[in-house]
Write a protein that binds this ligand. Structure first.
Ligand code: TXA
Ligand code: MG
Length: 340
């Protein structure tokens, strides 16, 4: 299959919507990461998403809608809190898990009785859904287990030749996948942290929702969170401790290495200069700007792969506000943790 790549324009959006209506697959920009979309009513097209990504069949898709009015079509027994959260955060990077309506095919929800729904802030994404005339089922537009794509080039690296079209809308503003909150049970729980924080949600809900932490033998309720995920090809080792101690330890490893250029160091603007420059030292942004760190993390992880890093030594990132979501992804990708 030849994959068409087009900048977002009136014409390319019409073409993309035509492809989706006909049962094809289109990658499109959102404010979080790029999505790989199919018309949610066409089961063969949704099956194509699983095939193109190499996605396990038990991992459900998020439905993208272009207006909150569509919520009652795809969900049932919607609690008041869902409308309140939609009012406060949509369009935006928040996904609501609700009881599904009978209209939603089982392939979208991987056989569950709940459906994940979100209304993206990106105007091209909303136009595309509008022009398609139906909600668009879309996971992130990467091969399963690789890092989510934050620009069209990342999508091309993973899915060229496997999908019909990539709509290029530039770099994603948030850079991390949406916050997922499960409202389908008695207590509301965050299944995946994102740039919308528990404190943001508490302002609307009145109380801070719990972060879902599955027991030892229990799978996470967002099935996607159980996979070693967000991982570049290189192994990641995360260091917790004071900046100078981390730099000292990592510099020792670099000095002892026969090929320092294959060692990656994930640093921040404040610390990058502290590392031995023979290694591949990349900054994810300023420790004072957690949103910048969220925006850059996946791009920088892909850059390490591209530049041939065999291992990545990463500083623990500031765990405040949205920074906790960046650390969640970094820890999911990590194979080892060192506490200094
Ligand atoms: O920001 C985002 O959410 C991006 C953009 C494209 O919208 N999408 C995204 O999709 O990250 P994906 O498929 O990579 O991650 C969706 C997560 C998975 O962990 C999946 O298991 C979970 O949402 N999920 C989907 N439906 C669910 C449901 N009914 N119940 C629980 N978890 C669900
Ligand atoms: Mg994903």
């Amino acid at each position: 299959m030849r994959t068409i790549i087009k900048r977002v324009s009136e014409e390319s959006l019409l073409c993309a919507a035509e492809i989706l209506r006909a049962g094809g697959l289109v990658a499109f920009p959102t404010e979080t990461v790029y999505g790989l979309g199919a018309n949610f009513l066409l089961e063969r097209a949704c099956a194509g998403i699983f095939a193109a990504k190499g996605r396990p069949a038990d991992n459900p898709l998020i439905l993208h809608i272009s207006s909150a009015d569509e919520l009652p079509r795809v969900a049932e027994k919607i609690p008041r809190a869902a409308f309140d959260l939609a009012e406060a955060f949509w369009p935006g990077p928040l996904t609501l898990v609700l009881k599904k309506s009978s209209l939603v095919p089982d392939i979208v929800t991987a056989g569950r009785d709940t459906v994940a729904v979100r209304l993206p802030a990106n105007a091209a994404a909303r136009n595309l859904i509008d022009l398609t005339g139906a909600p668009v089922a879309a996971p992130s537009a990467n091969r399963s287990t690789t890092v989510s794509p934050t620009c069209a080039e990342h999508v091309r690296e993973d899915l060229d030749g496997l999908i019909d079209m990539i709509l290029d809308g530039g770099a994603c503003l948030a850079g991390l996948e949406s916050t997922i909150i499960d409202l389908s049970g008695d207590s509301f729980e965050i299944l995946r942290p994102g740039v919308i924080t528990p404190e943001d949600l508490a302002r609307v809900l009145g109380a801070k929702p719990r972060l879902h932490a599955p027991g030892k033998d229990e799978p996470p309720r967002a099935p996607g969170m159980k996979y070693k995920h967000y991982a570049p090809k290189a192994e990641i080792v995360v260091f917790f401790g004071q900046a100078h101690k981390t730099a000292e330890r990592v510099n020792g490893i670099i000095a002892a290495s026969a090929d320092p250029s294959r060692i990656g160091v994930l640093a921040t603007n404040e610390t990058a200069e502290m590392y031995d420059g023979r290694a591949l030292v990349l900054s994810v942004g300023s420790r004072g700007d957690v949103l910048e760190i969220c925006r850059n993390l996946f791009r920088v992880l892909r850059l390490f792969d591209e530049r041939g890093a065999g291992v990545i030594y990463a500083e623990a990132l500031p765990e405040r506000a949205a920074g906790r979501a960046a650390m969640n992804r970094l820890m999911k990708a990590a194979s080892e943790v060192v506490r200094l």
